[in-house]
Design a protein around this ligand. Structure first.
Ligand code: SF4
Ligand code: SF4
Length: 251
């Protein structure tokens, strides 16, 4: 039997970046839990090069064909458009719910992480821009540790819940805050939005949600530049959540 040339360590976080990179479909994410290599592997090393958790070792690097592009490989355009539309009118921030709910539905219904490996425009964007701008250093080990990923998810969800609480307060009559909060600390005035035709709580959610989306983009860009292009995929709260859902579903 042919020996697999790439091997995956227990550090795998099932982000699916390697699946996208492999032109031979020799690697897959098993039930949304961890990556596995088949004997189609020829040892080109593309998966090891892209893996943000540094979880792949390849015995022998050999040349391999270029991966064929699919329509879903261009979803990064949607991510760029989303960011741009927010500057045009903050109410477009509501569209971001699609990016948040789709991976959850796919994990709950399908029990897999196909959103991460195929349809995540943000991850694609980091991969694309990072191929030019990233320093491509090994990401620090703590980023892929369970405690860090769980703590970051808890922190992220707590901040999200606080954001929702401010929406409830505005619904109850509190004043609308026309600011975008970046990195959960820095308030950026955003007074040019046309909001007169919607209830104030709808606008408040848009401000809060757009700030959350921009914050994750800033974090992703920072780790993209410092480490591997898709380092954000290791600690992305949606990725951690969908991996947890897949584990629960399959256990
Ligand atoms: S962490 Fe991601 S890129 Fe690395 S082996 Fe696991 S699924 Fe593949
Ligand atoms: S080494 Fe190359 S062929 Fe083997 S799994 Fe990784 S990307 Fe695919």
């Amino acid at each position: 039997m042919k020996t697999k040339i790439a091997s995956i360590s227990k550090d795998c976080v099932a982000c699916g970046c390697c699946v996208r990179a492999c032109s031979l479909n020799a690697i897959s994410v098993h039930k949304g839990k961890y990556a596995v290599v088949s004997d189609k592997c020829v040892g080109c090393g593309k998966c090891a090069y892209i893996c943000p958790a540094d979880a792949i070792e390849v015995d022998k690097i050999t040349a391999c064909k270029v991966k064929q592009k699919h329509l879903y490989d261009f979803l990064w355009v949607g991510e760029l458009l989303y960011i741009a539309l927010g500057f045009f009118n903050i109410l477009f921030a509501w569209l971001g719910l699609i990016f948040m709910m789709t991976p959850l539905f796919m994990a709950i219904i399908g029990g897999n992480k196909s959103y991460c490996r195929k349809y995540c425009g943000k991850g694609q964007l980091f991969g694309l821009v990072g191929s030019k701008l990233s320093l491509k250093l090994k990401p620090p080990r703590f980023l892929r540790s369970k405690w860090f990923r769980s703590c970051f998810l808890t922190f992220f969800m707590t901040m999200f819940a606080l954001m929702l609480y401010s929406v409830v307060r505005v619904f109850g009559g509190a004043e609308l805050s026309e600011t975008i909060t970046l990195l959960w600390a820095f308030k950026l005035p955003w007074n040019w939005a046309a909001l007169s035709f919607v209830p104030t709580w709808v606008a408040q959610f848009a401000f809060g949600f757009y700030g959350t989306m921009l914050t994750s983009t800033i974090l992703g860009i920072t780790t993209m530049v410092l480490f591997r292009p898709r380092t954000f995929c290791v600690y992305c709260p949606m990725g951690t959540m969908t991996q947890g859902i897949c584990r629960l579903k399959k256990s």
